[in-house]
Ligand binder design. Structure first.
Ligand code: GLN
Length: 488
């Protein structure tokens, strides 16, 4: 057993008891990063991480800061001063930022040790872990490398589930932490939009982008929330609020969870469905009220296309600065237009190009009303329906994904409700801005699967309380790839 297989609190305890040291943790994490077989990393932060960890060895471990000396991994779309940051895109090859993202700064101040930057789907667009400029990221649960880890926070997910670090920072615009968390057997938490500063997080679609992260358990997700929620004047959308929850940490009392009948009707896989239904029964036994309601099929089916229109449009506009002049390598060209065209032709993969073409199309003056503005109206309608239903409840629950991690190139009927609705509904929490958490509930064919619970904005602490009840019920805490011995 290695301390890196444990959760943050347990590692902190070991540090306090003198059983391990920051430098030992750091060295071991770096070794594991180097032995990584899942193509999870853009960059190993070896020198700086070791320097910091050795310095920490000299100091006394503070009782009140659980992050002291804890190794972690940061998604490569967070700006890190002096450390290459590419968002896994060729257009940002060799780009070295001049400032730190606020999230990275807060973790640095807490003396957590960033050992590597994680690979991701290019510019955080996509959900397969296949579009990074360094190639596909694999799922540690599947040594044959046939099944995906999901994305876009693919490397962050792989690094926690392969026991390299106890937590990793990702980002979530549609489901980019909560979906891979499902495929990787992890807790994936997206807090309320605006609570954690996005300063230094490369924009994909700012009205949806949220700092989110992977941990091995719900308690750790709470610790990170406590650390990262901080009003930040560098981000004009950062909120100045104090989160509250009236009940104690693991009370199941007075909780009502909704089940959307027209969402769950599409769940076809018997194994995952049975485990999920058993969980609902057990939650009922513990006093949680489970109420079945109908969301509205058309609104559910509208989440995915609405997400695409809004996010592609925002992405097109927000990435206009990636022109080959301001950042990254500068290609040949006689005019600004030519430089930009060459930079973008070479710099972006097909997926990005496709999204920018669609994004530009919906933003054309003559299309804005029928496409972009209409999508914004539909987003509002979906959120209004969600709020109406949640007025008498604390959250809604479903399987986070309709299946275990799919195989690469597995045929899916992209027009089926199972795909359009169940594979893409998690974006509803990005529409509303509300907190949303994925946590593992079982294994099928040795691959994990998970539920997701989404709550009202600012109910983050209550959601974590509900998640804790689920975690206790399933006993699935600290899940990581079972063959941790592969490092020995
Ligand atoms: N899978 C979604 C997409 O393709 C979500 C991406 C995200 O959350 N960053 O855009």
């Amino acid at each position: 057993m290695s301390y890196l297989d444990l959760d943050i609190l347990s590692i902190h305890k070991a540090l306090l008891e003198g059983k391990t040291k920051p430098s030992l943790l750091c060295k071991e994490a770096l070794e594991r990063v180097k032995k990584d077989t899942n193509n999870a990393f853009e960059l190993v932060n070896e020198e700086e991480a070791l320097r910091l960890a050795l310095k920490l060895d000299e100091e006394e471990v503070p009782f009140d800061n659980v992050f002291y000396g804890i190794p972690y991994v940061l998604k490569d779309n967070y700006s890190t001063k002096g450390i290459k940051t590419t968002a896994s895109s060729n257009i940002l090859n060799d780009f070295v930022p001049l400032y730190d993202a606020s999230v990275y700064k807060l973790l640095k101040e807490a003396k957590a040790v960033m050992v590597a930057k994680a690979s991701m789907d290019e510019l955080a667009m996509g959900g397969t872990g296949t579009t990074s400029h360094i190639g596909t990221t694999y799922n540690p649960y599947d040594p044959k490398h046939e099944r995906m880890i999901g994305g876009s926070s693919s490397g962050s997910a792989a690094s926690v589930s392969a026991s390299i670090v106890p937590f990793a920072i990702g980002s979530d615009t549609g489901d980019s932490v909560r979906k891979p968390a499902s495929y990787a057997g992890l807790v994936g938490f997206k807090p309320t939009w605006g609570l954690i500063s996005r300063y230094g997080l490369f924009s994909y679609a700012p009205s949806l982008d949220t700092v989110a992260y992977f941990t091995r358990g719900v308690d750790d997700a709470r610790l990170l929330l406590n650390l990262l929620v901080k009003h930040d004047l560098n981000d004009a959308t950062s909120l100045d609020v104090t989160l509250e929850d009236d009940e104690s940490k693991d009370e199941a009392k007075n909780i009502t969870l909704l089940v959307f009948k027209d969402l769950d009707v599409n769940l076809k896989d018997e194994v995952t469905k049975n485990v999920y239904h058993n969980l609902l029964c057990k939650l009922k036994e513990q006093g949680i009220t489970i109420k079945e309601v109908t969301f509205g099929h058309d609104l559910l089916a509208a989440i995915y296309p609405t997400y695409n229109v809004i996010s592609f449009a925002e992405a097109t506009s927000n990435n206009a600065n990636l022109d080959g002049v301001k950042f990254g390598p500068r290609p040949e060209g006689k005019t600004y237009q030519e430089v930009m065209m060459n930079a973008r032709t070479e710099g972006f993969s097909n997926l990005i190009k496709r999204r920018f073409v669609i994004g530009s199309y919906v933003l054309y003056k003559e299309n804005q009303k029928t496409l972009f503005l209409r999508a914004k109206k539909v987003r509002r309608k979906i959120v209004e329906r969600l709020n109406e239903l949640l007025a008498d409840a604390d959250g809604f629950i479903s399987l986070a994904a309709p299946s275990i991690a799919p195989k690469f190139f597995e045929a899916t009927d992209k027009l089926s409700d199972a795909y359009v609705i169940n594979d893409n509904y998690l974006a509803i929490a990005n529409f509303s801005g509300g907190p949303s958490i994925t946590l593992p509930i079982g294994l099928k064919d040795k691959m994990p699967f998970a539920v997701n619970v989404t709550a009202k904005t600012f109910d983050d602490l209550k959601l974590l309380r509900i998640a804790k009840v689920i975690e206790k019920t399933t006993g699935m805490k600290g899940l990581s790839y079972p063959e941790v011995n592969k490092y020995e």
